[in-house]
Write a protein that binds this ligand. Sequence first.
Ligand code: KG4
Ligand code: ZN
Length: 389
Amino acid sequence: MAATFILGIESSCDETAAAVVCSGARVVSNVVASQFAVHQPYGGVVPELASREHLRAIVPVVRQALAEAGRTYESVDAVAVTQGPGLAGSLLVGISYAKALAFALEKPLIAVNHLEGHIHAVLLEERQRGQDRLRFPALSLVVSGGHTHLYLVQPSADTWSYRNIGHTRDDAAGEAFDKVAKLLGLPYPGGPIIGRLAAHGNGRAVKFPPAQIKHPDRRTPAPGPTKADTLGGNHLPGFDFSYSGIKTAVLRYVEIHALRPSIEARRTALAKLAKATPEDYLAHSDQMTLDLIASFEQAMVDDLVAKTLAAARHYDVQSVLVTGGVAANNHLRQTFDDQASQAGFPVFFPSRPLSTDNAAMIAAAAYPKFVAGDFAGIDFSAEAGMRLG
Ligand code: KG4
Ligand code: ZN
């Protein structure tokens, strides 16, 4: 098949993104306009503000993605857009724009699941490197602000199949990073800041007992390899996550150790800075807080890695993929690298720019659908709670 240029559009949360990807294998351009500054004063994403910002950014972002790719609107082969999951109002901005564009240009329109996009970020970059190291079935951990999900991933004919074998029972891992950061007087999004500060603390200083990151309903998987039930089986044991307990444990630690005054002082000092840097966050964090942050990150990393590798062993997969915003975390990557190789699983991550939300992953996930002629009707709509597998 001739080179296929797909314009991807992503607007599910607080990033307006557009990208051009060639045949699911080469990022030609990748533009991301972040709304962090708009939401930062509120300590989290405000849905109404997010929709308004998408509306403001979508036209210039798409224009820039085409310009950087050296392409005209007419010279793309298809338009792909995130259908869900995400914020309904935000998704609708991308979808309405993509529909109008596809209709006016008489190009096929492709609807993509955001979670499938995160998985394809890894596949895209592996193809881009010209390497073919991925073996299937693979297990993919999608770990972001909205999801902590495990999928068995398998190519089948000219499409892909996914089977969800675990998910968070309450907060997503990224949400826990964001909430703990907010609790400690640090700005949104908390994940990248916690990742930076944790390097300055002792990750073993505060013990978070496993019970605090274990859902009481979590089923213990039956032992033994079960290649037979990989993707095809009916009974699948759960590998679930739960991160609301650890957030409460951090809160309790703050109260027991009377950290509130220092948190308030930090919040006030950082609010006065026009643009705080990692050095500013560090300068306003005492050692006890740094140890708490490092210990929180350690507990999150230990749990994510242990459960993912337990599932990888149980399903006897050939590769492990780790993707989504939290996959940008250095400590998580290092620990996966060490422990997965010890356990005999090759582990793959996207580059950092493709770990967090972007549209290249949407254009890449759209390519097999383009090949299969799996196009969206002009009447399709946003699906805020869309599931995968
Ligand atoms: O995939 P993403 O950009 O958006 C969603 O689909 O949710 O993920 C955003 C999440 C946020 O919760 C953010 O705090 C977290 O990813 N995150 C990180 C890091 N960078 C982003 N968490 C931990 N360490 C990081 N370095
Ligand atoms: Zn995402």
